[in-house]
Design a protein around this ligand. Structure first.
Ligand SMILES: [Zn+2]
Length: 84
């Protein structure tokens, strides 16, 4: 089952990369009460590196296909699995 948070828009060039960005953003987001603290599930202060990967992945997923393709290599090299 695909939940609403996992849907991708028509502006997405690389749906798998967009879902990866959503997955990372769901797990690594700003603490709701204190911007200096980490949110549940993450042990690093905001903005943690994974949240920054999420932002970059979301942008790359909506860019030209060759930028999405290049970004896939970058994110895989960082040890992050590109998967929905
Ligand atoms: Zn994090």
């Amino acid at each position: 089952m695909i939940t609403s948070s996992r849907r991708v828009g028509e502006d997405v060039t690389d749906p798998l990369l967009a879902r990866t960005a959503t997955r990372l953003a769901d797990r690594h987001h700003q603490h709701p009460d204190d911007a200096g603290r980490w949110a549940a599930g993450c042990t690093q202060a905001w903005p943690c590196p994974m949240s920054q990967w999420a932002v970059r992945a979301g942008a790359a997923a909506r860019g030209p296909w060759h930028e999405a393709w290049t970004f896939r290599h970058d994110i895989l090299a960082a040890g992050i699995t590109v998967a929905g």
